[in-house]
Ligand binder design. Structure first.
Ligand SMILES: Cc1ncc(COP(=O)(O)O)c(C=O)c1O
Length: 425
């Protein structure tokens, strides 16, 4: 099946033109310019619904991992579907509040939470702190005590499982900074009375991202359950199990498990257990819901290689430079032009500023548009202003309407908050 007719998203060619749902992409770009992120509302909520339906019988709290895409309209769309949020900073907590999220569906992970962030989260009344170290536990207990509150805690355990994914997004092994080793975690549970302002009754695991097979998840959950059963023998009752995110998606030719297949692997493990399931999918929900559109500037040929130079750079979409990630690159208007093999590169002053190496692409005219697919997750969210480049515009399409959901940054945004001291004037 051609990738563009696969129902993983709502970006399709109609009459040779790329559409997002009912809107021609080129018609949006005529108004917004490039570079631009364009999201399909239908794909976004569709993916949320897929996971919610697959796990329905367990009534999980599905916390969208906001780090994947923190656009307020994206968050609002998911909150309206019933999603909660996995957050990792005070900024993300404030975003959740701003879009009217149900705080009883918010879980707060992160290996380094500041006092200010902890206080903010205690005041907000979040569901769960996912705690990643003993000093953090001590801190939260102290601050909750001061506020005369009891705070629910899950320990993020490090199951020491090396999931088959990119080194930089593998988080479940003891070589990584994440979570608490099992021996220390066991000690905390057995000594939980030492933390009178905490209700330590949850276990959290998150072994990495873009994991396409179910086995590593199953292995990690089995390990968490065995750990739990051992604690039960000592009278420790665990009520919350947060299985994190990490579900892989299709970027190129991957054949990842579907939400249903994932549920079929995971749910039997939890059968008969009185556990509240929490999940934190990010990429799975938003990854295929977005494309990134850039304009070809021109091509150059140095005798050895050809380079197609576009008006977007690694500051806009860093995944190819950072992880060697693959994004399909297609023309926004289908082209009969011959194909060339080239590097598709941006204007940023780094050799790493490459969207594709030795890729066969249509030799479109200068000024024509290209779309990079599956750019909804960790795209805009990881964008920067490197090389004094304003961040791109973000657009959401729903049916035949489209809205700018975050304006393109301006030069003013780039220098906002900067000051030249008196002695330099
Ligand atoms: C604790 C935690 N939960 C969930 C996620 C989301 O992962 P994914 O986008 O792969 O689902 C991450 C990603 O880094 C994470 O660190």
């Amino acid at each position: 099946m051609s990738r563009l007719t696969h129902p993983i998203h709502d970006f399709r060619y109609k009459g040779g033109e790329l559409y997002c749902e009912g809107v021609p992409v080129a018609s949006i770009i005529r108004k917004t310019g490039t570079p631009a992120y364009i999201y399909s509302h239908q794909t976004l909520v569709g993916h949320y619904r897929k996971i919610a339906a697959a796990f329905k019988s367990l009534d999980p709290v599905i916390c969208f991992a906001m780090k994947a895409n923190g656009n307020l309209a994206v968050l609002r769309a998911l909150a309206r579907e019933g999603a909660g949020f996995d957050i990792v900073s005070g900024g993300e907590l404030r975003k959740a509040r701003m879009i009217g999220a149900d705080m009883q569906k918010v879980a707060f992970a992160s290996v380094g939470k500041t006092e200010e962030e902890i206080l903010l989260a205690i005041r907000a009344g979040i569901l769960l702190f996912n705690v990643e170290s003993v000093p953090e536990l001590v801190n939260i207990n102290r601050l909750a005590g001061k506020m005369r509150k009891t705070v629910r805690v899950a320990l993020r355990i490090n199951p020491d499982i090396d999931a088959p994914t990119h080194e930089k997004i593998n988080t479940g092994s003891l070589r990584k900074k994440f979570g608490i080793d099992l021996k220390t975690a066991r000690g905390i549970f057995l000594d939980r009375k030492a933390y009178p302002s905490l209700c330590i009754n949850g276990i959290h695991i998150h072994i990495g991202s873009q994991i396409t097979r179910g086995e590593p998840f199953v292995a990690a959950i089995r390990k968490a359950l065995a750990f739990m059963d051992d604690l039960a023998l000592k009278g420790v009752v665990i009520e919350y199990l947060d299985i994190g995110g990490g579900l892989g998606i299709i970027y190129k030719d991957e054949a990842p498990q579907t939400a249903l297949e994932y549920a079929r692997k995971v749910m039997p493990l939890l059968k008969g257990r009185a556990l509240q399931l929490v999940m934190e999918p990010g990429r799975f929900i938003v990854g295929n819901a977005g494309i990134f559109v850039t304009r070809k500037l021109y091509t150059k040929d140095n005798g050895l290689k050809k380079f197609m130079i576009v008006d977007a750079g690694m500051n806009d979409l860093v995944r190819p430079s950072m992880y060697g990630a693959h994004h399909e690159i297609i023309p926004v208007v289908k082209s009969a032009a011959r194909k060339i093999v080239c590097d598709v590169v941006g204007p940023v002053c780094e050799s790493a500023d490459v969207f594709a190496h030795d890729r066969e692409v249509a030799d479109i005219k200068d000024g024509a548009l290209l779309a990079l697919l599956s750019a909804g997750a960790y795209g805009y969210a990881m964008a920067s202003n490197y090389n004094a480049r304003p961040r791109a515009v973000e657009v959401m399409v729903k049916g035949t309407r489209w809205d700018v959901i975050r304006a393109r940054e301006t030069f003013r945004d780039l220098v906002r908050g900067s000051f030249i001291p008196e002695y330099l004037k």
